[in-house]
Design a protein around this ligand. Structure first.
Ligand code: ASP
Length: 339
């Protein structure tokens, strides 16, 4: 049987960095050389892989929606030639890029795995080796029709993942969805948790430049500040509210939100809590938000809500359609109802 082959898009991140005078920096060619010199990647049970190194290699803190488009177009152009795909990416904004790509692809039938590391591959105590070896085995060996993230032994749905630790190897969690797989003594993929295999052909949507922001409520936020943030040409907001989706029921603040939604801004309510779902009918303060035209983000991560807004606002000019689709489960990113 022919060896499976995996396409690796190397975008940057700690995994391939080298220490320099001013701290860790990506260095062209360095990661590919290191990988070529790794005996474990040449073992017969490993798939063939091809690395496409991006220029410039980025610390993922510098990524923009334009980079999601670059990665997505690259994978789309190579889609039919490989069995699976790995995106080597910095961990800082990996959850955003993984979520964005999950919404940009239609009918994805092959695995796309984002991975990286907290410590560069070149260092003795690096987590990169484990992440790379497991990602290659999963991308080549399992029919996973999803964009996923593999870091620190867990395979997570990309649009459910969030970075929760700056200094642990297990840097990501998927707080409202169980892992899709685990690399323990055995490599276990939970098939019943995967999205169904699509029947249509692969499609891809570019993201344009919709005006989208994140606003985190805090005690003391004023209507005046909110009005300034919500001013045109804004099109979409992820509003990080308290608990099950509550905000102060100060009439002026609510009026600022009502005015924005009446002007066509899509305001999505996501909780600041890591676990659980927005339930806007539980408290008077949540109901007031609903009356102001704010829609529920249910249990979406803020990363998923923000990138979904980017993609939907790039695809649809009608704010009503964007509002409707924001509340629908498109790629396994949200669960309706009380958990
Ligand atoms: N700053 C790095 C990045 O996101 C951190 C990492 O890769 O872990 O590119």
């Amino acid at each position: 049987m022919a060896k499976k082959s995996v396409y690796i898009a190397y975008t940057g991140g700690t995994i391939g960095m080298r220490p320099g005078k001013d701290g860790y920096r990506p260095a062209p060619g360095f990661l590919a050389d290191r990988m070529a010199a790794s005996p474990e990647l040449r073992r017969p049970e490993m798939p063939r892989y091809e690395i496409h190194e991006y220029q410039p290699l980025l610390d993922s803190s510098n990524m923009t929606p334009g980079d999601w488009v670059k990665i997505g177009r690259d994978l789309y152009a190579n889609y039919h030639d490989y069995d699976g795909f790995i995106v080597l990416h910095g961990t800082d904004t990996m959850a955003y890029s993984a979520a964005a790509l999950s919404f940009m692809f239609d009918n994805l039938a092959k695995p796309v795995l984002f991975t990286g590391s907290q410590v560069p591959l070149a260092e003795i105590r690096s987590d990169a080796r484990e992440n790379l070896v497991n990602s290659l085995l999963i991308a080549a060996g399992y029919a996973i029709p999803e964009v996923c993230l593999f870091v620190g032994h867990l395979l997570l749905r990309g649009n459910r993942a969030t970075k929760v630790s700056a200094d642990r190897y297990l840097a990501f969690e998927s707080p409202n969805h169980p892992p899709l797989g685990e690399a323990q003594v055995d490599l276990k993929i939970h098939r019943q948790r995967l999205l169904p295999r699509p029947s249509g052909t692969i499609g891809f949507t570019d993201v344009g430049r919709p005006q989208v922001i994140d606003i985190r409520l805090f005690p003391g936020i004023t209507a005046e500040l909110l009005r300034r943030l919500l001013a045109p040409p804004l099109q979409g907001v992820v509003l990080h509210t308290y608990g099950v989706g509550n905000a102060p029921d100060d009439p002026e603040l609510l009026e600022a939100l009502r005015q924005a939604t009446a002007d066509g801004v899509v305001v999505v309510n996501c909780t600041q809590c890591l676990h659980g779902s927005v339930q806007m009918d539980s408290y008077a303060t949540g109901r007031a938000l609903r009356r102001a035209g704010v829609i529920s983000g249910y249990d979406m991560t803020p990363e998923a809500a923000l990138t979904k807004l980017y993609v939907l606002l790039s695809k649809h000019s009608d704010a009503g359609e964007v509002r409707r689709l924001m509340g629908r489960n498109l790629r396994g990113e949200l669960t309706h109802g009380r958990r």
